[in-house]
Write a protein that binds this ligand. Structure first.
Ligand code: TRP
Length: 444
């Protein structure tokens, strides 16, 4: 596999409706946690609770699902100190960015969003008004999702196939925004959808994809070992009697078994079925296998659910981490669209960026052959923005550099410096503000 040298930011959201089932665990939670442990990856996982409001107007259910899903990810082994794990609704920058994006999103493109179109089609089939029961939340769902992704400049977004169109829309709107407001810079990284082909979708009790909407799920933790056993008992099999050879391939029972078994046990399970293992016994083996895997997690889950304050603390810390990046970035975006301070010197940097490796200007101090001390402010491309006079003492040069770094453009008046050729004052001001913003972000 091609492995880029740069740190890749991977981000995904989990809509907080409902209670996680085994299919969510195998198809999303487990691979996401495994991926977050890889080197060179910076992971952002968040509870998409604003998105949940689009689908659900039952406050108690929203509240319950958020804490359950948070506890599930932690119990499944998510290391919150390694990743940024937060609630979407704890990041006000998300809704703020959502509006900036809404203003550059083509309505026609939202008309073509699958989820919205499906709702319109369903209304048509019932001879209803096309927009009956459709909220602006549903209509604008992809813009909110784009805000989630672009706010953190995620490179990769692991999602299910049904979400690929949304990532494409996020790319489009990012491109448009870059074009309109980037002034030649890429304000937003263009995100890429990532579908893990190696993760099989888990079949449900009836053999179709395990999904709450098919009512064919196996609960992950809810109801304990008993609920697990009861659900497995309901997996549909053929009617071959004990002793009769059974075809393992294509059986939902075997596919679910595979999701938890190593290669040797998979082989053995198949061989035993072909040799006539009874379905009842095969189901018991499956229960034991899942229980060995899920049992310890279920215990951690129960402990976490008994201490919601601990979960709250973890998510607050995640929000703090997330906002350390989001707040300065949003300041930059406001600047880019023209929502600027009236006092130019106070304006945050147009060129500031929280993006790792973003090109910042920098100060250089040096001594010339004349024995005097100098400094200059050089843009990332080497262009000289400011050139100082010569000082007798190195300390003097250092003092001015420090003032310019901390006070920014305000320190320019009276500073013994000249602008480089063809450099205008705004360039210098932006560069200084960017340096100050980067310093602030470092301190935060
Ligand atoms: N819409 C996604 C889903 O239902 C959840 C989601 C919200 C999301 N925001 C996101 C996924 C941002 C990836 C990135 O699965």
């Amino acid at each position: 596999m091609h492995r880029p040298a740069m740190t890749q930011r991977v981000l995904t959201g989990i809509t907080t409706t409902g209670t996680p089932h085994l299919g969510n665990y195998v198809g999303a939670i487990r691979p996401a946690i495994a991926a977050s442990r890889q080197p060179g990856v910076e992971s952002f996982f968040f509870l998409a609770d604003y998105h949940a409001l689009i689908k659900c107007d039952d406050p108690a259910r929203i509240a319950r699902s958020r804490v359950q899903i948070a506890a599930t990810w932690l119990a499944a082994g998510l290391d919150a100190s390694r990743v940024t794990f937060y609630r979407q609704s704890d990041i006000p920058e998300t809704t703020e960015l959502c509006w900036l994006l809404t203003c550059v999103t083509a309505k026609g493109q939202m008309n073509r969003a699958h989820a919205y179109k499906a709702a319109v089609d369903a209304n048509g089939a019932q001879a209803e008004d096309p927009d009956a029961g459709i909220t602006m939340g549903l209509y604008c769902y992809p813009i909110l999702m784009a805000a989630d992704i672009l706010l953190f400049n995620a490179h990769r977004v692991p999602v299910g196939r049904d979400q690929v169109q949304h990532i494409e829309m996020a790319r489009d709107v990012a491109q448009r925004f870059n074009h309109l407001f980037g002034n030649g810079r890429e304000l937003f990284v263009l995100p890429q959808a990532e579908i893990d082909e190696s993760v099989a979708t888990l079949p449900g009790l009836d053999g179709r994809k395990m999904s709450k909407s098919y009512d064919n799920t196996i609960p992950l933790f809810e109801g304990g070992a008993k609920a697990l056993k009861d659900a497995v008992a309901r997996i549909v099999t053929d009617s071959r009697a004990p002793g009769e050879p059974k075809e393992p391939e294509g059986s939902a029972l075997v596919t679910i078994f595979d999701a938890f078994a190593d290669a040797a046990s998979r082989e053995a399970f198949r061989a035993d079925l072909r040799a006539g293992l009874a379905w009842g016994e095969a189901k018991q083996r499956l229960v034991d296998l899942i229980e060995a895997h899920v049992g310890p997690m279920r215990e951690r889950y129960a402990q976490l659910m008994a201490r919601p304050q601990d979960i709250e603390d973890v998510l607050q810390e995640g929000a703090r981490k997330a906002r350390a990046a989001a707040t300065p970035f949003l300041a930059e975006l406001r600047q880019a669209v023209g929502l600027r301070s009236f006092i130019a010197a106070d304006a945050p940097a147009a060129a500031a960026s929280h993006k790792p490796g973003a090109a910042l200007a920098s100060f250089k101090q040096y001594r010339e052959a004349d024995g005097r001390f100098y400094f200059k402010l050089a843009a990332h491309d080497g262009r000289v923005l400011l050139q100082s006079d010569g000082f007798a003492e190195g300390r003097e040069a250092g003092g001015w550099v420090k003032r310019l770094k901390t006070e920014g453009a305000a320190a320019l008046a009276g500073a013994p410096v000249q602008r480089g050729e063809g450099v205008d004052e705004a360039d210098v001001r932006d560069a200084l503000a960017a340096i100050a913003a980067a310093q602030d972000a470092e301190k935060a």
